[in-house]
Design a binder for this molecule. Sequence first.
Ligand SMILES: Cc1ncc(COP(=O)(O)O)c(C=O)c1O
Length: 346
Amino acid sequence: MREYPSGRVDLRSDTVTQPTAAMRAVMESAAVGDDVLGDDPTVQALQIRLAEMLGKEAALFVPSGTMSNAVAIRAHTSPGDEIITETTSHIYQYEGGGYAALSGCSISLVPATRGIMNPDDVANAIRKAEGSLGHYPDGTMVCVENTSNRGGGTCYPQEILDSIAKVAHDNGCVAHIDGARLFNAVIATGTDAARMVRDYDSISICLSKGLGAPVGSVLVGSSDFINRAHRWRKMFGGGMRQAGVIAAGGLFALDHHIERLAEDHTRARKLAEAVNAMDGFTVDMESVQTNMVYIDGDLDAKEMMARLSKHGIDVLDVGPTAVRAVIHLHITDEDIDRTIAAFAAL
Ligand SMILES: Cc1ncc(COP(=O)(O)O)c(C=O)c1O
């Protein structure tokens, strides 16, 4: 499915997707109301749908994945608390330090392999004020990212996810999943979504990444948690009025764009294998589990980007000699062949 207003192959991120004609049609005809007054039937349908899919009581539509994580952190913690998460996680690296500025939390970082934390390392990273003569902050929230973006789009094995939730709960913490790409993990591992998140207190799902909706994320959890999150969404300025127009794109994505993620994963693997076989490039093949390919080259990353760009291929630099290619619903088999040819010509 190309439906893309450009002849370029845009692999910078799965956030570059544009609503397809079919998605736009349902958005155009969506029933809407004032969601701040609780009137928007399409937003409500989306919230109910995702809560059901994840086996939780309630959900809240928010404008972005960053706001979803921020609202979750604010609703789960008090100023002076500490959150526990992985060193390369989006919450730590790419959310502007929101955990500190918006929630007054410090952060305890957990090392990981390919973005996947070990439960013992999580346990070691949880600090408690009690028993420390007041020296430590109170670790109260463990955040797990599945799939792990900077890990390479890697998926948590279910037993590790379950163990981390247990470690969190045994140590008086809530457990949160930044599931910006949870459905990539669901498809790649063949695990039911509700089973995957069973032991977690809250989950953030992005509709505007691999699922291909233009805007929006959904925070999912217990009714009590979502009631608190609703208040923080309001304070953070995330209450939207006739949001059903965009929620309709999200509902369409849940209906039509989950199973097809398998195609993105197959194409990512094909690209990774081909580039890894070339002299001058290395791909950690074990990290290629979903729709992302991190490529390390002999060339400077900016130079790699510039040269690929001349072939009509857009990637993102993610390190001095590393670029990232992300496969999404507009990328066809021909686009993959074109990208492989471009790498071969560098
Ligand atoms: C793992 C992860 N979490 C959260 C986000 C934030 O999403 P948004 O860009 O909608 O704020 C991203 C964005 O790429 C992400 O990769």
